[in-house]
Ligand binder design. Structure first.
Ligand SMILES: Nc1ncnc2c1ncn2[C@@H]1O[C@H](COP(=O)(O)OP(=O)(O)OP(=O)(O)O)[C@@H](O)[C@H]1O
Ligand SMILES: [Mg+2]
Length: 260
């Protein structure tokens, strides 16, 4: 479905110095796979998702989509199909909600792609994401979790083939998170989700990718096997350490559990 071959990406600081955000990243995602991308803050997760969504281009290396090189020419020639198939829920829902009402927000994709059942789609996806009562409301006035649900309803309303989600549960309360976990587990489409929440990632993917603080890929393999490899999680700084008391003795050791 999509493949990264030795992808590198840089950014430039105020003094004009380049610094790496992704270094020599290679992996292939097959159709129907459910992948979770782990990495600490700043490791390059969101950057990688933007590259896979054709919003940025690698500095070196290449990305192939359905076997075709995903360069500017490819995206121009296949704009309609690509944008309908390959969707990204960005980390900050505010950067993606731009319509005057929730109805218009969900209708935007289906309308742009010429679906002939726009109203049915809006109502179906609004119902699925529990936002029917919000259809006439302005998206900017919604709570963080409501915005997140509207955003996911809008993205899924075009029935994409490849869904990428950047910290999808960041604004959701525990019941809504549980509901989203079930929904994503049941969905048949290829998904790539990034998070630094280990227990959530464990529920949402069968295969894991781990980006380290050095912006290289530290692991590509089954999620469950990753949790047996504490040294990889430790190297990627995904384990936290805090002091606590066992049998009267205070000591510090690494923990797998999440804070929230
Ligand atoms: N266009 C850019 N120009 C300069 N620096 C950038 C740019 N985009 C990202 N960065 C920096 O690159 C690093 C990686 O950013 P990215 O958003 O990919 O991290 P992340 O793994 O998603 O982190 P988080 O868990 O905090 O969301 C960060 O240090 C960020 O400040
Ligand atoms: Mg991010």
């Amino acid at each position: 479905m999509i493949e990264c071959r030795n992808v590198c990406f840089d950014a430039t600081d105020f003094e004009g110095e380049k610094f790496p955000l992704l270094r020599d990243v290679s992996f292939t995602i097959g159709e129907g796979e459910k992948i979770v991308l782990f990495g600490i803050n700043g490791s390059g997760k969101s950057t990688l998702l933007k590259l896979l969504n054709g919003l940025e281009y690698p500095k070196s290396g290449e990305i192939l989509y359905g076997g075709a090189l995903m360069d500017k020419r490819f995206l121009k020639a296949n704009k309609g199909t690509f944008r309908r198939e390959n969707v990204l829920q960005m980390q900050d829902p505010n950067s993606m909600l731009f319509n005057t009402s929730v109805y218009e927000e969900i209708a935007f994709g289906p309308r742009s792609f010429g679906f002939d059942d726009v109203d049915e789609r809006v109502r179906h996806f609004a119902e699925l994401f529990g936002v029917t009562k919000l259809l006439e409301r302005a998206p900017y006035r919604l709570s963080g979790g409501e915005k997140q649900r509207v955003l996911l309803a809008s993205l899924l309303a075009v029935e994409p083939k490849f869904l990428m989600m950047d910290e999808p549960t960041a604004h959701l309360d525990p019941p809504t998170t549980g509901w989203l976990v079930e929904l994503l587990q049941e969905m048949k489409i290829t998904t790539l989700l990034c998070t630094h929440n280990l227990s959530l990632g464990r529920e949402l993917g069968t295969r894991a990718l781990v980006l380290g603080p050095d912006h290289t890929l530290h692991y590509d393999g089954p999620v469950e096997a990753l949790f047996e490899r504490l040294e990889i999680l430790d190297e990627a700084r995904l384990l936290h350490r805090h002091r606590h008391t066992h049998e009267g003795k205070e000591h510090t050791h690494a923990h797998l559990h999440d804070w929230a």
